[in-house]
Each structure stands twice: as C-alpha cells, then as structure tokens.
Design a protein around this ligand. Structure first.
Ligand SMILES: Cc1cc2nc3c(=O)[nH]c(=O)nc-3n(C[C@H](O)[C@H](O)[C@H](O)COP(=O)(O)O)c2cc1C
Length: 468
C-alpha cells in the first residue's frame, strides 16, 4: 500500500515527544481537544495530538497533523529537527511541480472499504465530529477534503471545506463562491444535475496539503497530492457515487448535493475562522450522505480552524503560487513568504533588483498570485523574508512612505476579512485596499552599506572553540 496517515503517525512518534503527544483521559467532543491544543501552543509546543477516547464515539481522533513548520517538512520526508522554512517552501514547490497521475487499485485491496454503511445504516453520529469554538453554530467536519468532478470536463477537484453536521445523514458544504468547488456546484446547478461528492477524512498530510493548492479550475489536486507524496495516490471507485477516492484513507463520506440548481439551500456559521475571528452566518449547500466507508479501526482526523494550523495548511501552496506569479514579471525573485502573523493576508517577497521600479513591479505581480492579499512587502535579496524582524528593519531603513507605498482601493478581498466592507449587505462581497510597500534600495542612487559580519570569520569561527 501507498503512504497513509498511519505511516505519518509512526514517523512523528519516532521523532519524539516534541512531535507527538497522546491524551490519557476521555475528552468531550465540544471544545476539549482544542483547548488542549491551544494550551500546548501557548507553551510553544505544536505536536500531533492523538486522542484515543472522545465521548460518544468509538473512534479515536487525531489533530495537529499540520500544526508546525516542522510537521510540514516531515510530511515531505524532511528532518523535523532541522527546520529551515526557506528549504521547506522550496521542497514544496519542487514536489508540487511534479504532479503524478493517480493509481487505480482493486476495491478488495482498499483498507477504507473494510466497513461499508449504506442506506439506513448511515449514521454520522458514529464519528467523533467536534465543535471547535464556543460560538460555533455546531459540530463541523474540518479536517477532511471533498472530491467532486467538473461536469463539463470530468476532471476531479479536491479541496478542504467546512461541513456542519446537520443530521444523521446530512452535512453542510461551505464552498466559498470564489473557490473551484463553488464554481463547479454552480455548473451542476446550471446543467440541472445533482452533484456527487466524497469527503475524505484521514490520510497522509501531504495529501491534505495537495488539496489546499488553489489552482485553476481543471487542476487535479489528487495528482498534485501524488507529487507531494512522492508517489501516485492510490484510488478506488467509490461505493455509491461515480468518483475515485483514496484507497488508503481512514474514512470516506459519500453523498450527493441534490438540487444545486436552487443555489446554496441552507446556512452555516458562525464559525471560528482562519482570521481568528468568528465568521458570520453564510449560505451553503447541503449533502445527503449515501455511504460511510471506513477502516475497521478508523482514526478520525480533525483540524482546528482558527488555530495556526488552519493557515499553515495552505501557506506552502500560497507561497508557490505567488512565487510563480512574481517570476513571470521579475525572474530574479529570490524568495516568497506568507508570514503566519498576517493570517495569509500579507506577503513578503525578496528580489535581486536590477532596474529602478522593479520592487513595485514585483509587488503588483505578487498581488496577482493570491486574491486575498492586503499587503505585499518587497525587499532586496540581503533581507531574509522568513525573518520578520529583518523585513521590519528593511521597512524602517529603506522606505520613504510617499515614494514607496502604493495603495489600490476598493478591490475584492476575502469575505472572511473582518475589515472588508461589503456594500451589498449580503455578506457575499468584501472590498479591501491592497498595499504594496517597496522596501528595496534604489538601484540608481548611492545607499548606506549594511553592517554584516566578516564572511570568512563568520564561516570559520566555531562557538565551541571559543566558549567555556
Ligand atoms: C482547515 C481549512 C478549512 C477551510 N475551509 C474552507 C471552507 O469552508 N470553504 C472554502 O471554500 N475553502 C476553505 N478552505 C480553503 C480551501 O481548502 C482551499 O482554498 C482550496 O484550495 C479550495 O479548492 P478549490 O478552489 O479547488 O475549491 C479551507 C482550508 C483549510 C486548510
């Protein structure tokens, strides 16, 4: 079998207690796992957390799989004890570029088909679905990714979306209209067809990372997932819907959105969001579950929205797409970072500046690489974009505001941005201003020389030779 969640759990266990923690008491599905995760984070610890007992379910729960840069690196087989954010970002770019076609295997070989519940036997209450935050409207499946198929091309699409528990066999599907799943649901509606879907819960985290890549309609995230895994993703034909689903998953919820032609027919929210604010009530689709298939000893994967992990899951994909966009206009781009402090709204870009004005050009290109951005800071190559203090130093010492700061007003942002203004009053809009700070030095004027350590001494001096 191909790589799966269990392989990853073994890797984190082997990496030691900084990377894996096991809970020894039963937890309530409402809030408990997340308070635990947040308390650990407050102490600077972000391990994978394994919860063997969640009240009301026989299944264990695992969370925090993507809760730190170390774990993102480990998902791509990098050493978690040597974290270099720039190397992790590069490795993601390299692997994502090597998408691999899926490998179809016989259903009889698929662990996720050990248990099959259909019809009256479907009961989402079997799963330890949790309520993550106090003011959330209810329990949500948040760590799964949903597969559907573009009705025009037949190409699969996968992404992570929130799914509010709405009944024994009913789930919400909170596709943002701007995301491909939202577009695809609209196409099914226009064609007057129902939309088949499958939510996959519990797989190797590289697969989840692949499903967070925001590509064009037509990009097959399951193939990107193969690139990130370093091997083709093994799939089987689903039980009740015409979709291929990962054979090595822990749990699959198959179902159908019956009348997408009526548009999103229900609502979900409030919901604690990636911005660390509650998002309001939003319109969403509703799916009827047609089958629940799982391993005999399935592990439920959860992912806490509003925790750093929510943004970490998409950061490497965002850096890749922004890097590609900048490279088209500024081939001398050195690095791109989406810092966690900016909840994915901020971008830092470094370039080897060749001509005057190229800093701003890189900023414009970076804005094109990700729609939700509100601020881009462009720095010279001597500034480390992965070191926030270095970026702030460049702003402090290289920026003349009326020359180097550009603002574009009234652009569509992300509807979750609490500062976005929404003239429609429908909660569907979200206008922001976008700011470019060009913190690069002028190339055509003399500029002060940065104080840096002597290169030879820096390389040759070993602290242990000098210190007691
Ligand atoms: C934990 C988590 C929760 C997310 N929730 C949603 C959501 O509710 N709705 C949504 O449209 N995107 C959500 N996203 C972002 C999408 O997964 C991401 O943008 C994906 O690339 C969308 O794929 P698509 O454009 O193919 O639909 C979430 C991402 C993560 C990591």
């Amino acid at each position: 079998m191909g790589k799966d969640l269990r392989d990853f759990l073994q890797q984190v266990k082997a990496a030691g207690p900084n990377f894996y923690a096991e809970v020894r008491k039963p937890l309530k599905p409402k809030l408990d796992p997340f308070i635990l995760q947040q308390k650990l984070s407050k102490e600077g610890r972000n391990p994978v957390i394994y919860c063997p007992e969640i009240e009301g379910s026989k299944l264990p729960l695992v969370t925090g799989l993507l809760g730190s840069y170390e774990l993102l690196g480990l998902a791509m087989d990098m050493d978690p004890k040597k974290v270099d954010k720039s190397e992790i970002s590069k490795e993601f770019r390299r692997r994502a570029a090597g998408a691999q076609p899926v490998k179809v295997i016989p259903t009889s070989h698929a662990p996720v088909r050990e248990v099959i519940l259909k019809g009256k036997d479907v009961d989402l209450g079997l799963l330890p679905i949790t309520q993550h935050h106090e003011l959330d409207s209810g329990k949500y499946v948040a760590g799964g990714f949903l597969i559907c198929k573009n009705p025009d091309t037949g190409i699969p699409n996968a992404g992570v979306y929130r799914h509010e528990l709405k009944g024994k066999d009913q789930l919400g599907c909170g596709f943002a209209p701007a995301h491909n799943a939202g577009y695809i649901a609209g196409r099914y509606g226009a064609l007057g067809k129902s939309m088949e879907v499958a939510i996959v819960i519990g797989h190797h985290p590289a697969v989840v990372l692949g499903c967070c890549v925001e590509g064009p309609v037509g990009m097959n995230e399951l193939e990107v997932a193969g690139g990130l895994l370093g091997e083709p993703l093994e799939v089987v034909q689903a039980e009740t819907v015409d979709l291929q689903v990962p054979a090595g998953a822990e749990i699959i919820i198959e179902g159908v959105i019956e009348r997408p032609m009526d548009g999103p027919s229900t609502t979900d929210g409030p919901f604690g969001e990636c911005t660390r604010y509650y998002g309001g009530v939003q319109r969403c689709y509703q799916m009827r579950v047609t089958a629940l298939t799982m391993r005999r000893d399935a592990i439920y994967h959860d992912l806490v929205p509003a925790h750093a992990e929510h943004n970490l899951a998409g950061i490497l994909a965002a850096e890749t797409s922004i890097h590609d966009a900048v490279k088209k206009l500024v081939p001398s781009v050195k690095a791109v970072h989406v810092p966690m402090s900016g909840v994915t709204y901020h971008i830092y870009v470094s370039i080897k500046k060749r001509v005057q004005g190229e800093g701003k050009l890189a900023g414009i290109a970076a804005l094109a690489g990700q729609s939700r951005t509100t601020m881009v800071v462009v720095v010279d190559e001597d500034v480390d974009v992965f070191d926030e203090a270095d970026v702030m130093w460049a702003i402090a010492t290289r920026v003349i505001a009326d020359r180097d700061v550009s603002i574009i007003s009234n652009v569509t942002g992300q509807r979750l941005n609490p500062s976005a203004h929404d003239e429609t009053g429908l909660g569907e809009g979200g206008m922001v201003s976008k700011m470019i700070i060009d913190a690069t030095k002028p190339v055509d004027l003399p500029f002060a020389t940065r104080v840096t350590p002597n290169k030879e001494l820096w390389q040759s001096m070993r602290l242990e030779d000098y210190l007691k």
